[in-house]
Write a protein that binds this ligand. Sequence first.
Ligand code: NAI
Length: 391
Amino acid sequence: MNVGIIGSGTMGSGIAQVAATAGCSVELYDTNQAALDKAKASLEKILNRLIEKGRIDAEEKNRIQSNIRYVDSLKALADSNLTIEAIVENIDIKKKVFSELESYVADDCIIASNTSSLSIASIASSLQKPERCIGIHFFNPAPLMKLVEVIPAVQTSKAVLDKSVETIKSWKKTVAVAKDTPGFIVNRVARPFYGEALRIYEEGIADFETIDHSLKTLGGFRMGPFELMDFIGNDVNYTVTETVFTAFYFDPRYKPSFTQKRLSEAGYLGRKFGKGYYDYDQNGKIINTCHPELDSGSREDLAQTIFDRVLVMLINEAADALFLNIASAEDIDNAMTKGVNYPKGLLAWADEKGIDWCVVKLDELYNEYHEDRYRCSPLLRKMNKENKTFF
Ligand code: NAI
């Protein structure tokens, strides 16, 4: 299969590696020669590391490298069966590139976008044949993260959806099919992990360390929300939140936080910048934190309260995504475990805690705050009445 990748930055170069490893012939295109050079050099480094670790041999390295050509003209993608665009997140620029690309490729070439936040329907509208357009959304780093969200637009044909799913599965990825709605699955369902943690902090219930500690120890999350926001970058994470909030017509469930906005404005962007919620040394290690002592009774209770509150808000978001047919229950759970390494799928977690537990916890929050943000998903309420579980 011939695959054209547009944009050789973080995502484009990773996707090119995945496709080339799967045996596709890849044309990797960028307008910026330096970006192409960097992509080539970084692949060389990655493959050498894989050799050192004994995962591949020199022959395999050569095979992967020879499957990729670095090109500086969009026309070079003319023979592609599938193109995946991973350029700057700007709808006008994407539309322009899509429209030009369509004039070069064959009628049956699938034209996909790796966008995180733009509507696929809107991108597809730039094409003469919008039915060939689809969202194929990888996670960073693309070669390591198992999940790929596949997002058909209203215009997308069933054949294009089926072919896309089949192709991405053949690249040894787990596919979750999502509706063309803001944040798709992961970037929607994950919002409370950050938002509720920030809210708990803003109410003065606990500090960053305590919140992170409770999510890690009681929930088994690899990173706490504040560590993770610092890792992602407060500017990037804030922008995603604001985009999702706006795109959902200001649903209070997705409301951004002033704490994060101010940090972002101050330039305290996180780990790479030496300062975010935490201070970091030159190696990116957190310095100056007092490790919270959670062994006394009341501290343990506090940790449990924090964990329960964030978890139930995540479960509510996952349940509501199912309620609104954003994706299947299996795909929602796979998305969170394989796209952002959650220790468990949220719907399976809801089953484990009990649907009645979820409803009671959410109603407690709603009764305390009287904010729409804490409304329980109608699906959870219905399932509770009918004594049902997700799986
Ligand atoms: P990046 O900034 O690392 O790379 C973008 C590349 O596109 C640059 O090399 C740039 O020179 C090139 N480019 C810009 N305009 C171009 C044009 N008109 N024609 C050809 N090349 C052009 O960006 P990144 O992070 O790789 O993101 C790319 C896309 O992937 C965006 O749509 C983003 O939302 C999405 N995405 C990003 C993720 C991430 O974690 N970085 C995760 C999933 C999706």
